[in-house]
Design a protein. Structure first.
Length: 328
């Protein structure tokens, strides 16, 4: 054990949270931050003890925190990670794996395809959804269409898994719609008063989950959650998964914790969190964010915030005059 302590939240709840920093698993904490190689740490976690494993593993594209290796070497390591994740997952638990593409010699390799074989064929998990996270901003490609989405693959260990529909229901598109066939229900509202099932195609921030597309802004320079980490995903992306796939006091683990986004999402929703990260500087950033959360100063983009739509009056949304002059 490297460090352990307790925090008191400065809000109306005044709830207390215990945390620890360790190079191996240790039970009994609201937040456990593992400082170690992910595989080595996972080996110390008890079997069947985690309700949700949610992560965005390194894509092997040469980010500052990863050493690029050949694709088969990368997948060999990830297969070992997946084997341990399957072992520590509870029978009613889920894995949500968010990935993009591996790029080599100007060709893309969709990583979710390779991970499907790992989780399904090698570990026997069952895929429940393949969700598209649409990203409206990013790098511009010149030799192919610019990539503007990543995928979240949701797997379960058994057919008896936790799925909470009510917390993620959305407003009915036509709440006044009624049963039209003659009978006992004729003329009565046909929808659920709590909202409709979002289906398997989602566009959350437009309040229309009839598509399996989640339109949640990625964390770029002007995002309120931005830290020094080069590949950070937003808290609200994880919150939706946690609400649907876990209950309060369940344990959520991220084997590639980065700056603690999954852990923060879990703690904000009264779940226990385990975040594994080998880079100590990112552990320090995580602790800064946890302290800010306890103090009520953590900057986050709130769950369900709509994507900003330019009015056309902003300078950056107007066509430059030079363009107009050149293409008359």
């Amino acid at each position: 054990m490297l460090d352990q302590s307790e925090l008191t939240f400065r809000d109306i709840s005044a709830r207390k949270m215990t945390y620890a920093i360790s190079d191996s698993y240790s039970p009994g904490f609201d937040l456990l931050m593992g400082v170690n190689d992910s595989l080595e740490f996972l080996k110390t976690v008890p079997s069947g003890s985690v309700k949700l494993i949610v992560s965005s593993p390194p894509y092997n594209i040469g980010k500052v925190y990863e050493e690029r290796v050949k694709l088969d070497q990368y997948l060999d390591y990830q297969e070992k990670i997946a084997r341990e994740c399957t072992r520590i997952l509870s029978d009613d638990g889920s894995i949500a794996w968010e990935v993009g593409n591996y790029v080599y010699n100007k060709e893309i390799f969709p990583l979710d395809f390779f991970f499907y074989r790992i989780f399904k064929e090698s570990n026997g998990l069952k895929m429940r959804n393949r969700i598209i996270w649409r990203i409206e901003h990013g790098l511009h490609a010149s030799l192919r269409f610019s990539g503007r989405y990543e995928t979240i693959s949701w797997y379960t260990k058994t057919d008896e898994y936790t799925f909470n529909l009510d917390p993620v229901r959305i407003p009915q598109k036509y709440p006044g719609k009624t049963h039209y066939k003659p009978g006992e229900k004729y003329g009565k509202p046909s929808g659920n008063p709590l909202g409709k099932n979002p289906g398997d195609v989602w566009d959350i921030l437009l309040e229309d989950w009839e598509e399996e597309i989640w339109n949640i802004p990625n964390v770029k320079a002007n995002h309120p959650e931005k830290t020094e980490h080069p590949a950070q995903y937003p808290i609200e992306l994880v919150q939706r998964l946690i609400l649907a796939l876990t209950n309060e006091d369940d344990t959520v683990l991220d084997p590639f914790g980065g700056v603690g986004t999954s852990a923060l999402a879990a703690l904000l929703l009264n779940r226990k969190a385990v975040s594994v990260e080998k880079e100590r500087k990112y552990i320090d950033v995580t602790m800064e964010r946890v302290m800010a959360m306890a103090n009520g100063t953590l900057r986050i983009r709130k769950l369900g915030t709509k994507v900003y739509v330019p009015t056309g009056k902003e300078k950056v949304s107007k066509v430059p005059e030079s363009w107009l002059n050149n293409y008359k």
